[in-house]
Design a protein around this ligand. Structure first.
Ligand code: DHB
Length: 397
């Protein structure tokens, strides 16, 4: 047991949630609906959380959930429904028509907009949400009274006594070592490339997303709003994002989407996204569980990250409802296995899209031709297109 410092503050709640990203916030909301109070902490400020640029695609099931839980969600007004994407290779575009194939869609609605909606919802309903609070460790997960030890914004120790602790605290989770023994114990794959991402002040170059496989490497043309666009191109993971001029960035993007003339504009922001796949070996132990990036990471191709986090949360909320309201341990007992089914499907999909679309340093002409054969197998076949549409729009939660 820990030795609390004399000036520590202790709060008591039913579920202590570390991390106020989409997973932590949605979980606290679903728990509140089930009559279970929680405290959510995050080391970042509210402004930082709302401004972090992340992926932009929400699956159909994610949008259905947001619509159900938040009457003020802006996903249908600010967000944009997309009924398909384009796969481009050898200079030709091939549309995957989601509506026609699976009767589902996705929404372009960036993660920080989801966060703004969820923060507003949590604060409107008077929930205990604390920013600038850094968790340092979790104790007692093998007892019925686990706790989170944290430091608040003023440097004072804060202890959160709970019935259950949830790590929704991202890939550098503080909760994960308490569950898995170490922070790195799991299944892991690195990729020898990254994405160079830009936000730019320009009109859209296409109505839908273009995922382009080209001999020079992958590019993705995405959007944000009528005047702001998001685009990515495959790059070396060690690249310095400031080393390229705007002209070089546009030239790199343009050669990778032959057939479309990109509408260029001022580059507002640039970043480099690392590629890795990871699944923690343990998602739950005793009275603690992991959700979202704390439990798994996917490479960005296919935009599964936030959607997967939200699917975890739906399962965990049900499990905590039965555990804490009915003292029934069955669903918490199967939470990890239940979540892992979807997690591994999404891992496979993200890995598959990544490998089908990117060039690898070791690729020879055989590999390149085989990749084009794979792309044709998907685009020429209704079964192939349907698999892509089903996985991209998301399996029902
Ligand atoms: C975006 C990111 C993705 O990883 C993806 O597959 C599609 C879109 C985006 O940020 O717009």
């Amino acid at each position: 047991m820990s030795t609390a410092t004399p000036n520590a503050t202790t709060v008591r709640t039913r579920v202590a949630i570390v991390g106020a990203g989409p997973a932590g916030l949605i979980l606290s909301h679903l728990l509140a609906v089930a009559g279970i109070d929680s405290v959510v902490i995050d080391q970042r400020s509210r402004e930082d959380i709302e401004q972090t640029i992340r992926a932009g695609i929400l699956e159909q099931g994610t949008v259905d959930l947001l619509t159900e839980i938040d009457p003020h969600t802006r996903v249908h007004t600010v967000g944009d429904r997309h009924d398909g994407i384009e796969l481009r290779f050898q200079g030709a575009g091939h549309r995957i028509d989601f509506r026609e194939l699976v009767g589902r869609s996705v929404w372009l609605y960036p993660q920080h907009e989801v966060l703004k909606d969820m923060l507003a919802l949590r604060l409107r309903t008077g929930q205990d949400l604390r920013f600038g609070v850094t968790a340092s460790r979790v104790e007692g997960i093998n007892t019925e009274t686990p706790r989170v030890i944290a430091t608040d914004a003023d440097g004072a120790e804060l202890i959160i006594d709970a019935d259950f602790v949830v790590g929704a605290d991202g890939s550098r989770s503080v909760v994960r070592p308490a569950i898995a023994g170490t922070s790195r114990d799991g299944y892991f794959r690195e990729y020898p490339f990254a994405w160079f991402g830009i936000l730019c002040d320009a009109p859209a170059s296409a109505d839908e997303l273009i995922y382009s496989n080209s001999p020079d490497g992958f590019a993705l043309i995405s959007q944000r709003s009528p005047d702001v666009q998001r685009m990515y191109f495959q790059c070396d993971p060690d690249i310095d994002p400031n080393a390229m001029s705007e002209a070089e960035i546009w030239e790199t993007l343009q050669v990778r989407v032959p057939g479309t003339t990109l509408k260029e504009g001022k580059i507002l922001q640039r970043d480099v996204l690392r590629f890795r796949s990871f699944v923690a070996r343990e998602l739950r132990h005793g009275r603690a569980a992991l959700v979202g990036d704390a439990a798994h990471t996917v490479p960005p191709t296919g935009a599964k990250g936030m959607n997967l986090a939200i699917a975890d949360v739906v399962l965990l909320a049900r499990a905590l409802d039965t555990l804490l309201n009915e003292n029934d341990t069955r669903l918490i007992g199967t939470y990890a296995d239940d979540a892992l089914k979807r997690i591994w499907k999404a891992q496979h999909f993200s890995w598959w899209m990544t490998n089908m679309l990117h060039s690898l340093p070791e690729h020879n002409e055989f590999d390149r031709q085989r990749q084009l054969g794979e792309l044709r197998s998907v685009t020429d076949s209704e079964a192939g297109r349907t698999y892509l549409a089903e996985a991209y729009t998301g399996w029902p939660i």
